[in-house]
Ligand binder design. Structure first.
Ligand code: NAG
Ligand code: NAG
Ligand code: NAG
Ligand code: NAG
Ligand code: NAG
Ligand code: NAG
Ligand code: NAG
Length: 390
């Protein structure tokens, strides 16, 4: 009794300084019009993964067009694994909820990195400002349902899953989340930003604000990412300190690809010397794969979004996939490559783009990450999206 009493006390004491979060699984019905990529085989070996990258990066080509044989409807019930967090002084309804969608190479913990006692946690910052957060593993990734990796797990299906999650959260019908938000802001990183953007294009009224990090609308440099990853089968990835299939609940089938090793991870996401090398190792040990169906639909974006709320694009100065390593190199055409996304948001009020200095594509993993978080919450607060209705 005494021993378990002390144990309980220790847990509770820990919880006082920690945040209030719930790990939940939400089952969502999803229907989408997906691409049918029957002109290519799902890569089943590491050599075939390389062959896939070779054809996807060929100059002047369009790998998606070359693989596309038509469209088909995909429909089903899927489990989404999520973390819902509330600030200490949560009062119930009337708050602003941030829905956080991670990018390729990560899962939902991108937003709540435990490294160095959560010193890089976006969630902790948002909670300190009074926001509620809902981060989730994208469909296909982490502890969410893993589907067939070519014709099922695609951006189209994931965007519909995000739409359904958003509707349920707004109505307050997600089991275990009873508060109803007054406002919802969609925050994305990389592929998660692409999906948040596409969501707003398809359903302009579904969101109250968009924060697109690690993003631009310029697809010129995506092949740098596809080449720099040196993709391998997640199932067969030996070099990495974390054999992906050995992690509980993460059994990926062939056709889910991952960057090969720590050097590839650094190339894709980090800008030396502006990061803690220990955090690169952490990122490598906790990396997540991407389905080939996702890679084939990364670039299939609507041209414009009629979304009329506030939009902030915040991208690291040295971002690889969205800026080719230098976001300011536009030859005078615009203040920055991310700033050119304004053309895709003709109705946004306001549209702003910010370049986070000394930072690569994985913004949350650089020394100055928390200053970027502050920039985001200041922007939201200044444009009617404070944590609570005044
Ligand atoms: C919730 O999930 C996180 C990882 O996302 C894990 O570290 C934590 O232990 C989980 N908490 C509970 C209570 O299961
Ligand atoms: C490549 O083809 C796909 C499918 O037809 C299309 O959606 C996409 O816009 C094309 N990409 C480019 C850069 O032309
Ligand atoms: C979702 O998870 C629950 C609990 O593990 C399980 O019973 C259910 O079958 C799952 N649903 C789907 C669609 O995978
Ligand atoms: C957290 O980061 C700040 C600078 O942003 C640094 O001064 C502090 O030492 C860090 N703490 C830990 C535990 O890493
Ligand atoms: C990865 O771990 C699983 C489970 O522990 C094991 O069966 C498999 O052989 C490992 N794969 C490699 C390539 O080491
Ligand atoms: C992408 O950015 C580069 C560098 O600024 C520029 O040369 C190119 O025209 C841009 N492409 C598009 C489609 O905006
Ligand atoms: C840190 O980030 C903030 C917000 O973007 C920026 O104003 C500041 O210049 C950055 N500091 C350094 C040293 O990069």
């Amino acid at each position: 009794m005494l021993v378990s009493g002390i144990f309980l006390w220790a847990l509770t004491a820990g919880a006082v300084s920690a945040k209030t979060c719930h790990n939940i699984t939400v089952e969502v019905p999803v229907t989408a019009r997906n691409g049918l990529f029957d002109k290519v085989q799902t890569p089943k070996t590491n050599s075939e993964a390389t062959a896939f990258a070779i054809s996807a990066t060929k100059q002047g080509g369009n790998g998606t067009q070359a693989a596309l044989s038509g469209y088909h409807t995909v429909s089903g019930h899927y489990n989404i694994s999520a973390q819902y967090c509330v600030p200490k002084q949560a009062k119930g309804n009337g708050h602003t909820l941030q829905i956080l969608t991670h990018g390729i190479g990560f899962d939902k913990t991108y937003w709540d990195l435990p490294y160095n006692n959560y010193n890089y946690s976006y969630v902790d910052h948002a909670l300190s400002r009074g926001y509620h957060t809902f981060s989730y593993d994208r469909l296909g990734i982490g502890k969410s349902s893993h589907g067939e990796p070519k014709n099922e797990i695609q951006a189209f299906l994931e965007i519909e899953a995000l739409a359904e999650l958003t509707r349920q959260l707004r109505k307050g019908t997600v089991p275990q989340i009873h508060e109803k938000p007054a406002k919802i802001v969609h925050v994305g990183h990389s592929f998660g930003s692409t999906q948040s953007y596409a969501l707003s294009a398809k359903y302009p009224d579904i969101s109250d604000g968009l924060v697109l990090t690690g993003f631009s609308t310029n697809a010129t440099y995506i092949p740098y990412f596809l080449a720099g990853a040196s993709f391998q089968q997640a199932r067969l990835n030996r070099q990495s300190p974390g054999n992906l299939t050995s992690r509980k609940g993460l059994d990926y089938s062939l056709g889910y690809l991952t960057s090969a090793d720590t050097s590839n991870n650094e190339f894709l996401f980090f800008q030396p010397p502006y990061f803690d090398p220990g955090l690169l190792l952490f990122a490598e040990q906790n990396k997540h794969p991407v389905a080939v169906g996702e890679l084939l639909t990364v670039g299939s974006l609507p041209m414009q979004s009629k979304f009329s709320g506030p939009v902030l694009v915040l991208t690291g100065s040295s971002d690889l996939p969205f800026c080719g390593g230098d976001c300011l190199a536009t030859g005078g055409a615009a203040p920055s490559i991310p700033a050119e996304a304004k053309l895709a948001f003709p109705a946004a009020k306001p549209f702003a783009a910010h370049i986070q200095p000394n930072t690569g594509h994985g913004l949350n993993m650089h020394y100055n990450a928390t200053a970027g978080y502050k920039y985001i919450s200041d922007f939201l607060g200044a444009h009617g999206l404070a944590a609570e209705k005044k």
